[in-house]
Design a protein around this ligand. Sequence first.
Ligand code: ADP
Ligand code: MG
Length: 574
Amino acid sequence: MTERRPIALLPPALVERVAAGEAIERPAAAVKELLDNALDAGATDIVVEVVGGGLTLLRVADDGHGIPAAEMELACRRHATSKMATAADLERVGTLGFRGEALASLVAVADLTLISATPESESGWQLSFAGAELVHSAPAPRRPGTTVVVRRLFNALPARRHFMDSAAAENGRIAVTVRRYAVIHPQVRLALQVDARLLFRTTGSGQAEVAIGECWGQPLRRSLVQIPPQTQSGFSVIGWISDRTATRATRAGITLAVNGRPVEMAGLREALEAAYRPLLPRGRHPFAVIALSCDPADVDANIHPTKADVLLRRREEIAAALARAVRGALSTLPAQPDAVAWTPGLRQGGLPALSGDPPGGRLRESRRPYGSAEERLAQGRRVIRDLPQMRLMGQVQQSLILVEGNTGLYLVDQHRAHERLLYERLSAAPLAQPAQALVEPVVLELRREQAERFAGRLDELTALGFRVEHLQGLTYLVHSVPALEGAAAALALPGADDELWREATLPGDHWLDRLRTSVACRTALRRGQALPGPVMRELLHSLAALEAPTVCPHGSPLILEVTTDFLARQFDWS
Ligand code: ADP
Ligand code: MG
C-alpha cells in the first residue's frame, strides 16, 4: 500500500482486540517485521544487512514512502500505526503490519536508529534509541525511504541471547525469511548481505520463477513446474513446485503465502506434501512456492503473535484446490532417464573419471536437455519398454544391472527397480493381495491414539495382505503378511515400535502409501546381492511392463542412461 495515513495510537478498544504479540523472539522475526514495514510502505528496492547472526547488527533500508519527521517518534510507540484506525479495518487487513508494535518492541530489546525521508521533505530525519531512551533526534541526509538499524539485539536480555543458536543458524533462519519474501514479492528488488557478503539479490523482474532462480540458484529453477493456476470465486492459487529431483531435508524450501504474507499454514502444507507422496523419499520435502490470494475479509491475520499463521475462511476448499493443482502438475512430470544423478559408487569402482563431467554432476544427452514433459515421458517409457530386448551385459558391484542398447548403456539399480515393482503390485487395487500366514502371529501393543486409528484400517490392511485381529484393549495380532517372496522374514517383526506399524498407525491419509512403500523397500532385493542372469532378465521384463517406472517409490532414479552421444563427446570421437 503506498497511500499513507498519519500514524496514530490505536484506540484502547482496538488494542484489546489485536492479538498481543511478543513479536520479536529472534533476529529472523525482527527481519520479518522490518520487511513487512518496507513492503507496506510500497518499497521496490530493499536491502537487508546482517552482522553476527543479527545480534550485532540488522539494517533494512527501503525506498518506500518514508515517515514524516514529525511522526517518527510516535511510530516507535506501542500501538501506534498508520495502517488501522477502526474496528472495521481489523476485519479486512490489507497490509502486512497492523498492530503498531514492531518498532516499539525493537526499541524495548535493542538499540534502534530510524532514518527516514518522505518524497515531500527536503532531507531526512534521524532518531536513535538506546536502552529504550531517545538519545538522538536530528536532521540526516536520506533519499525518500526508510532505514532501520537494529544494534545489540537482546543485549539487555542475557537469557534470550543464551537461547539463540549459533550465528550461522540465525543467519540461516534470516535467509529463509528473506528468500520467502523475495519470491512472494518478485516485483521488489531484494538483497541480503550477511557479514558483508552478498548472499543473493533479486532483480525485481516481477516473475516468481526468476526470483526463485535468483534466491536458490539456476539448477533449482530448471526443476520447476508451474502448477495450473486455480481461480475460483473468492480465491486464486498460483505456484511453482520442483520435480522430484530437487527434494530437501527440511521444509525450508516450502513457501506458502496468503495475500503477500508468508505463513506457516500446516493444513495447506500437508495438502501439498500429500500430493507429492509417494514420489518423495522418506524424510524429504519438496520445494514449492505457493501464493494464495483471497478477499482480505476471508483472512484473519490477527490470530498469531508473530503473524506467522492466519485463519482462512475457506481453507478446506483451498487445500483441495491446491492438492488438485499439485497432482495435476506432477502428473505431467516424466520419469527422466536423461538427467539423473551420476552414482558416485560407480566411479569408486575404478572407471576413469569422465572429463567434462561436473563434480557431482548429471549426465545429459546431447539432444535438448529439457524437452517438453511429454517428450521426456515418452522417451523414458520407450527406454524402459525396450530393456528386455537389449543386451544384458551383467551385474556391476552386485548392485546394478548393466544393459546395452542401440543408443547407449543403461544401468538399472536392482534394489530400486524391484522396490518399484513390488510397490506397483501392492498398489494394484482393488485386487486384494494374496497373503501368507505367519507361523507365529506378531503381537502389537499400541498406544491409544495408534489403536484408534488402527481399528478403522483393518479392512485396508487385509486387502494389502495383513490379516489383523483385535485381541483385547490395545493389543492386536497380525496373522499374515503380503505374499511376496521373503516377506515373512522381512516384515514379521514384533513390536509396535517397528517402523512398519508406526506407518500403519500414522494420522492422516498417507499411511497406506507409506506402508506400501515400506513393505516394498524391505522386501525388495538388496544391493550387494549377486543376481543370476535369469533373475536379472525377469526383473527387466517386469519393469518394462510397468507404466512409468523410472523412479523408485521413494522418488529416486532407478535407471541411469549413458548415451552413445555422451560417450562420443567425452572421448572426442568425432
Ligand atoms: P505496524 O506496521 O503494525 O503499523 P510498526 O511498529 O511496524 O507497526 O510501525 C509503526 C508505523 O511506522 C507504521 O504504521 C508505519 O506508518 C511506520 N513505518 C514503520 N516502518 C516504516 C517504513 N519502513 N516505511 C514507512 N513507514 C514505516
Ligand atoms: Mg510493522
